[in-house]
Design a protein around this ligand. Structure first.
Ligand code: GBH
Length: 487
């Protein structure tokens, strides 16, 4: 009786918690990390420098607390403890990224750094011994420094170096890795952290280098996919795709067609620009048309958005076995007058206005609010737009600012987003295959340094031992993995 009532309530009210509902048996419940944010040992055992080493060392004023990832969580040494934490959480998957320059110090296959390879072998093997699937990202922003002088990802020469690195990684680890991610959040690689993409690019006007970078990343991803497909898939039998960040933009007034158009345009400029060439064909039409039109008015000789040849469009199309999604942000979008022609900027190309709702519960990261229906809506949108692909939620998480261990906000956050995921699967028929929490432990949060703490486990960054302590949310997450419900 109670079950029936609960079921009816959850079927009718969209924000109800579906307490009775379980994650499917093959659904991955895991946690996520990234090399530069946790490993430390930045110049140990032959590791080459990456652009984040150089950036944090030379431009520490741009990091909130002046810090860097030199030591970070010291996971290069504390990896066994990390695996124990994952085991304690009861997760079945653990997302890591490989530091390209730890394996190939100058980014090229001229020299393979054996101690770096040994490190990842130890970690991957330990995870497998504990029945935890390693989910491996090839590139989570730490480009080998050597490529910086060439303009980093704005230089198409980097594409093949990445492809050779990918082949090396599949060859070294692919016998034990079943889920690969080529690139983490290409949009952020190209748009955030200006002056990092090789200082050369900061001389280009905004609204140009972003598109050059995006263009090269899409090609690099496709090359890695095809190498896997042709040379490794038959024997290794894994899946490979890309992880895109998805800011859900909800029309401010969904009965106003202009708001609907503006919201969609923002989604196409953030997400479609990467998803469309991979899951459909070429850049989204609205992106092609708007950049071409504004470029003309700005007196550029041709569109600031590079063009793919037909062969390139075909080579990029279909290069996904699932789609990886990092989700943190929901905003409202509404139409606004066409921005006047001045200096180019991708935001002007996208146009429209986006805003948050001050009533949404927030957290220490100003851009993160608890808006679980945003995740549900974007999952439905992906299902409908790209013919129901497999989706892996590769990141979703909440930040504290202080050292508190009582993180009820994080528990509310995970509970509501896991619930939204369950609703998307069970009520909307979205093909979501897993959910990875960002992050298992506090770590180096890029330009926010150690001031924002995303961990289920707290890390003491003033203690040379980088002691890890479970927050209250660890108990919550253990309950999720044990019962396979949102609790
Ligand atoms: C993800 O990217 C990353 O994949 C992961 O490495 C990161 O730790 C996680 O999110 C949590 O942030 O104040 O100007 O920097 C999201 C990157 C960076 C996007 C911060 C929003 C806020 C604007 N996020 N950014 S700013």
């Amino acid at each position: 009786m109670l079950t029936a009532v609960l079921l009816i309530v959850s079927l009718t009210a969209r924000h109800t918690f579906s307490l009775e509902w379980k994650f499917p048996n093959d659904f991955k419940l895991g946690v996520a990390t990234a090399s530069y944010q946790i490993e430390g040992a930045w110049n140990t055992d032959g590791r080459g420098a990456s652009i984040w080493d150089t950036f944090t060392h030379n431009r520490s004023v741009l990091i909130k607390d002046g810090s860097n990832g030199d030591v970070a969580c010291n996971s290069y040494y504390k990896w066994e403890e990390d695996v124990e934490m994952a085991k304690n959480l009861g997760v079945d998957s653990y997302r890591i990224s490989l530091s390209w320059s730890r394996i190939l110090p100058d980014g090229t296959t001229r020299k393979i750094n054996q101690p770096g390879v040994d490190f990842y072998n130890r970690l991957i093997n330990k995870l497998l011994e504990n029945d935890i699937e390693p989910i491996v990202t090839l590139y989570h922003w730490d480009l080998p420094q050597k490529f910086s002088a060439w303009g980093g990802w704005t230089n198409p020469a980097v594409i093949n170096y990445f492809a050779h690195y990918a082949r090396t990684a599949f060859g070294l680890f692919g016998d034990r890795v079943r889920t690969w991610i080529t690139l983490n959040e290409p949009r952020l690689i190209c748009q955030a952290y200006k002056g990092l993409v090789g200082d050369v690019t900061s001389d280009f006007p905004l609204g140009t280098s972003e598109y050059m970078c995006a263009h090269n990343l899409l090609k690099a991803h496709a090359e890695a996919y095809h190498i896997y497909d042709k040379e490794f898939r038959r024997t290794q039998k894994g899946k490979i795709s890309i992880t895109l960040d998805f800011t859900w933009t909800e029309p401010a007034n969904s009965s106003n067609p202009d708001d609907v158009r503006a919201a969609n345009q923002n989604i196409q400029f953030d997400f479609g620009i990467y998803a469309n060439p991979i899951m459909k064909f070429d850049y989204p039409k609205v992106v092609i048309d708007r950049v071409a039109q504004r470029s003309r008015l700005e007196n550029f000789p041709e569109s600031r958005l590079p063009k793919f040849t037909l062969a390139e469009k075909l080579r990029i199309k279909g290069t996904y076995d699932y789609i990886g999604i990092n989700h943190y942000i929901t905003l409202y979008g509404r139409s606004s007058p066409e921005p006047p022609i001045s200096d180019p900027h991708i935001d002007l190309d996208a146009a429209g206005e986006r805003f948050s709702n001050p009533n949404w519960e927030g957290c220490a990261a100003y851009w993160i609010k608890i808006v679980p229906w945003g995740l549900r809506n974007l999952l439905k949108w992906i299902k409908n737009t790209y013919r129901n692909p497999e989706i892996l939620i590769t990141e979703n998480g909440y930040a504290n600012a202080g050292d508190e261990l009582e993180d009820d906000g994080r528990i509310r956050y995970y509970r509501s987003y896991l619930n939204a995921t369950l609703q998307a699967i069970l009520e909307d028929g979205v093909n979501v295959k897993g959910y990875l929490a960002w992050s298992i432990m506090d770590n180096f949060e890029w330009t926010h340094g150690y001031t924002l703490k995303f961990g289920l486990y707290h890390v003491n960054f003033t203690d040379p031992n980088r002691t890890r302590t479970p927050r209250k949310s660890v108990e919550y997450f253990k309950n999720v993995t044990r019962t396979r419900t949102v609790g």
